[in-house]
Design a protein around this ligand. Structure first.
Ligand code: ACO
Length: 386
């Protein structure tokens, strides 16, 4: 029998049917359930987009109200989970903490295995998803206080998902424009078809494991430098560049060494990433209106973007969503190692939408392999091995 062709990384191989999001990489379009993301950013908010992604339709007022109230009511973290977090090393990366905290959270919620009836019950699944989505921002903000020896700031139920996260992080009500930027970033990072972490969601869901394992696994997958880590590296790179004068020499040296510029390029988009275009416009408006810190790194970022566009634009390499989200989060005073956890908190919605979709038509993933090892052979006792 001849071996089937192995496609490394399953590049271009469809792994599932999905009705959740669609990318047109040539036209530079991304839509959630058929709605272009630019329209969702302009007219909607993260809580509504979450329900759209989970259920497939824009929610009616009473359904959105119930879901939003649920998100606000479930922000608190159990004391025991906080105690577990206290024993984690403060020098560890927040993604490692998040992976551990989400997995442990699952042990405190008794009903883990879904019956067949529950798997078919949309509102039951939404409620399970909502409890996870609600708690991730609290875990991340709580950790950021605890690791610097501060008491965590309890969540507030009178603030939106984005505003409450900034409040818990900084201990003061955020500039409404900052809350709006973060809400837009949440929408733009909420879903992106079958990438590596979402594929991990499909695989783990297919075993009917509980959703806390599913999301913890996806967080672990997102943590890798080839996936979710680029936005943190953007700011570290700006720091390394150090001054506007050093932008062009840095760019040239890096390209000559065949090294990548963090926050540029994309596998799917062969034109501008539509998420990046929205964030760029937002960044310029906010800078003009004086709502950004306009730090040294901000000036370096603008100079780098200009120089890189000139140097790489003709190759179809443009600044991507991670470039602008990295710069914006930095300008809002957020520590760079929280950028990937913020990505995870936004993407939890997309992951859980795929969890629901996989459950609705489940078959356990069990690919095959082309064996390249030894032929069948007899066991050799230790005394006969020389
Ligand atoms: N800086 C400089 N050159 C680049 C960059 C970049 N950021 N990205 C691609 N190129 C060049 C490559 O050197 C290569 O050039 P060559 O043909 O002369 O050898 C060519 O463009 C093709 O590059 P590939 O790496 O093969 O493109 P691929 O589609 O595999 O990579 C990727 C896409 C991984 C995003 C890449 O552009 C990259 O590593 N960018 C930096 C990391 C980054 O910003 N990641 C975040 C992506 S957005 C997101 O995940 C949310």
């Amino acid at each position: 029998m001849t071996d089937a062709t192995v496609v490394p990384g399953l590049e271009g191989v469809p792994a599932t049917h999905s009705a959740i999001s669609h990318i047109d990489g040539t036209a530079g379009l991304l839509s959630y359930r058929g709605y272009p993301i630019a329209e969702l950013v302009a007219q909607s908010h993260y809580e509504e987009v979450a329900l759209l992604l989970l259920d497939g339709e824009l929610p009616k007022a009473k359904d959105l109200e119930r879901f939003d109230a649920g998100l606000r009511a479930h922000r608190q973290i159990k004391y025991n989970v906080r105690e577990i977090m206290k024993f984690l090393p403060v020098t560890g990366h927040p993604m490692d903490m998040l992976h551990c905290a989400i997995a442990s959270l699952g042990m405190f919620y008794p009903q883990q295995e879904l019956s067949d009836a529950e798997r078919d019950n949309a509102s039951h699944l939404d409620a399970m998803a909502m409890r996870i989505i609600a708690r991730i921002p609290t875990i991340v903000a709580m950790w950021d206080q605890m690791r610097f020896g501060n008491d965590p700031i309890p969540p507030r139920s009178d603030l939106s998902h984005a505003a409450n996260f900034l409040y818990m992080l900084h201990g003061r009500e955020p500039d409404p424009l900052h809350a709006r930027i973060l809400d837009a970033c949440f929408i733009l990072h909420a879903e992106h078809t079958i990438n590596a972490s979402t594929f991990s969601v499909l695989v783990s869901t297919s075993t009917l494991t509980n959703p806390y394992h599913v999301i913890a696994g996806a967080v672990g997958t997102l943590a890798g430098p080839l996936h979710g880590g680029a936005n943190q590296r953007v700011v570290e790179m700006l720091e390394e560049i150090g001054s506007v004068d050093n932008v062009v020499p840095f760019l040239e040296a890096r390209l000559a060494a065949k090294e990548k510029i963090w926050g540029f390029g994309h596998r799917v988009y062969k034109t501008t990433d539509p998420r990046a275009a929205i964030l760029k416009e937002m960044m310029e408006d906010l800078a003009q209106a004086g709502h950004l810190r306009q730090s040294r790194q901000f000036a370096i970022a603008r100079a780098l973007e200009e120089a890189a566009a000139e140097r790489l634009g003709s190759k179809g390499i443009h600044a991507n969503v991670d470039f602008y989200s990295g710069v914006l989060y930095h300008e809002m005073g957020i520590r760079s190692d929280l950028f990937t956890p913020i990505f995870a908190m936004a993407r939890s919605v997309g992951w859980l939408a795929h969890w629901r979709e996989q459950l609705s038509n489940n078959r356990i993933f069990r690919p095959t392999q082309n064996y390249t090892g030894a032929s069948t052979r007899a066991y050799q006792p230790l005394s006969e091995r020389h």
